[in-house]
Design a protein around this ligand. Structure first.
Ligand SMILES: [Zn+2]
Length: 245
């Protein structure tokens, strides 16, 4: 009886793995490899810092400002359809409002970083206010996911010396970007975002792409944007971080 039970469990596991593999066929964008970053102070993204160790025609998909109940699920679906993994830089306040959705992003195999608590222009705040914003974001992250946040992306990519020092002391990766699709103008269309992505990829040859899962225009365009990456021969690299010690 026990043997039969064990066999049927294994069979079910095998079937579910096969089903998963079958949906990730060669027609989709997929995820070609992962880079696991150490928990050490490092700053990446050529907009402000050094480049990640990527090869030509490799991209890292990143999404900011979520989780958003209206739009993040659409982005998750598009990524799942392409078997591609991304990194989401979430706003602490949004994690607090939608913890189950934030956990759903992690359950889908994506990685997370913080993107402040309140998404303000940090340079306009006092040092104490900046530090308080980071502390609040870290607390909600710890409370929600049971681990410390491994990475941080500054709102508007506006880095400030006191927060850079604090992130360094906390051994967090500062994640800037290599290219963006400027997807914050509400009147833009999927066609405009596709054109922008294509032009910026032609200039950069790949790198860390900034998109916004909280934006409706982006959520609608992501299936087409991922399809474009596939057509242009780009490979997706998934950023991960060592577990906190
Ligand atoms: Zn943002």
């Amino acid at each position: 009886m026990n043997i039969r039970l064990t066999l049927s469990c294994c069979l079910l596991l095998w079937i579910s793995n096969e089903v998963q593999a079958a949906t990730c066929d060669k027609q989709v964008l997929g995820t070609s490899r992962t880079i696991t970053l150490k928990r050490e102070a490092a700053l990446y993204g050529t907009k402000q810092h050094k480049a990640l160790p990527l090869n030509k025609n490799e991209v890292v998909l990143t999404f900011d400002d979520g989780p958003s109940p209206e739009n993040t699920p659409l982005v998750l679906k598009a990524l799942a359809d392409q078997c591609s993994k991304a990194s989401f830089f979430m706003i602490g306040q949004q994690i607090e409002r939608h913890p189950e959705l934030a956990k759903r992003v992690v359950a889908a195999g994506h990685t997370l970083g913080l993107h402040s608590y309140s998404h303000q222009r940090l340079a306009k705040l006092s040092v104490d206010e900046q530090l308080a914003d980071l502390k609040k974001a870290q607390k909600i992250y710890q409370d929600t996911f049971g681990t410390s946040a491994p990475a941080y992306r500054f709102p508007f990519l506006e880095e400030t010396p006191p927060l850079l020092d604090t992130l360094k002391a906390k051994k967090m990766t500062v994640a800037s970007i290599d290219l963006t699709i400027d997807d914050w103008l509400p009147d833009d269309t999927t066609e405009i975002l596709l054109k922008r992505l294509s032009q910026n990829l032609d200039k950069s040859g790949g790198g860390i792409i900034l998109m916004h899962d909280a934006n409706a225009i982006t959520a609608k365009a992501v299936p087409a944007l991922l399809a474009l990456l596939k057509v242009k021969g780009y490979k997706v690299v998934h950023l991960q971080w060592e577990k906190a010690s």
